[in-house]
Design a protein around this ligand. Structure first.
Ligand SMILES: NCc1[nH]cc(CCC(=O)O)c1CC(=O)O
Length: 350
């Protein structure tokens, strides 16, 4: 039985990794990979949606480049959240319904690694587990999608499909007469519903669209508004200023035990910039005590040592849920040196 080495805190610590980064010292030759001619197997758990599979393939590709002699096996699992899509379950269980079963599987030894969209992860991670790495972040922006040719003036009335309160409040800030209707299902289904005319426009994360190949990866890190046209559809990337993304949008989080071979392997592919953003944005959520259904946007931008963190919080002026409430949107931005990110977070939330 191995004793935990103190990496097992739920909250990853940027400085600790910076001081003790395994990426340089760790050598794949140290692994006992080919004992008896048998390739070592590492099991990578994933949800079964197309997006989840595409993201897990990216993780396996990155691992394979480092550890060509290891057989990384994809293990597709359905979670309580996938099996029962009733609102009640999601509200009761929150984000955990998509993650818990992977965590139990790692602890039981059924899988070694779990791949998640970081924005769908709950604040609490089971004891003994950690986010050991991230891939480079995809575009953090949200995309407003509609049939090409249609135009939207500020005061137009139209129907937007999105179930996210964060997106609803911000789009209604841009278009006060827009009506938001719930939109569920995976990315392909949601676009189909737009094409079928159920909505005038829908909002999806650029990261998912790009990773699924629905639109090409634009390959730059602008956060400004611009448009892409494809197959009769217009994909308008909304500026992060108008539509602040969900915390960790576009980041793939890789979870393992807090020590051991899988942990060491994942550390070697970790993207330090995305990891810093993940740590910082999760810290903001944690400090705000935010559940997953609260309308909160968080985005931390890194330019060298310079960090800029933005927060969007919305609250209803009226407590009467039946009434068409007046929504108050609060935005705040702080900037400074990234080494002082904890103080920046402190200043942001107060
Ligand atoms: N909530 C579902 C979800 N979780 C992660 C992504 C996209 C990928 C990402 O943001 O990392 C999506 C789809 C969407 O919001 O459009």
């Amino acid at each position: 039985m191995r004793v935990e080495n103190g990496h097992g805190k739920n909250k990853p610590n940027i400085r600790k990794f910076a001081e003790n980064d395994m990426a340089d010292g760790f050598n794949s030759d140290d692994l006992d990979c080919e004992s008896g001619g048998q390739k070592k197997t590492v099991k990578v758990g994933t949800r079964g949606s197309k997006l989840a599979l595409a993201q897990t393939e990216l993780v396996i590709k990155a691992l394979n480049e480092r550890f060509s002699q290891v057989d990384f096996q994809m293990v597709t699992m359905s979670t309580r959240g996938d099996r029962d899509t009733s609102r009640a379950l999601l509200e009761f269980g929150g984000k955990a319904v998509f993650v818990e079963e992977f965590e139990e599987a790692i602890l039981k030894g059924d899988i070694d690694i779990a791949v998640h969209s970081a924005k769908d992860m709950p604040m609490e991670i089971m004891e003994g587990l950690t986010i050991s790495g991230t891939l480079p972040r995809a575009c953090p922006q949200d995309v407003f999608i509609y049939k090409s040719g249609r135009s939207f003036d500020r005061n137009d009335s139209f129907v937007v499909g999105t179930s996210s309160l964060r997106r609803q409040y911000q789009i209604r800030d841009m278009y006060p007469n827009a009506e938001c209707k719930n939109l569920r299902g995976n990315v392909g289904t949601r676009i189909q519903k737009l094409e079928d005319g159920e909505y005038d426009a829908i909002i999806l994360a650029a990261a998912g669209l790009e990773r699924l190949g629905v639109i090409e990866d634009k390959g730059n890190d602008s956060t400004e508004c611009f448009e892409v046209h494809k197959d009769e559809l217009t994909f308008r990337y909304i500026s992060t200023e108008s539509m602040l993304p969900a915390a960790c949008q576009g980041i793939i989080a890789i979870e393992t035990r807090t020590y051991g071979e899988a942990y060491d392997m994942v550390r070697t592919i970790n993207d330090t910039e995305a990891y810093t953003q993940l740590t910082c944005e999760r810290e903001v959520l944690s400090r705000l005590n935010a559940g997953c259904h609260e309308p909160i946007g968080v985005y931390s931008e890194l330019h060298g040592d310079h960090m800029k963190i933005s927060l969007m919080k919305a609250d209803a002026a009226s407590s009467d849920k039946e009434k068409d409430e007046e929504i108050q949107i609060h935005r705040k931005t702080v900037e400074g040196n990234n080494a002082e990110w904890e103080q920046l977070v402190e200043a942001l939330i107060k």
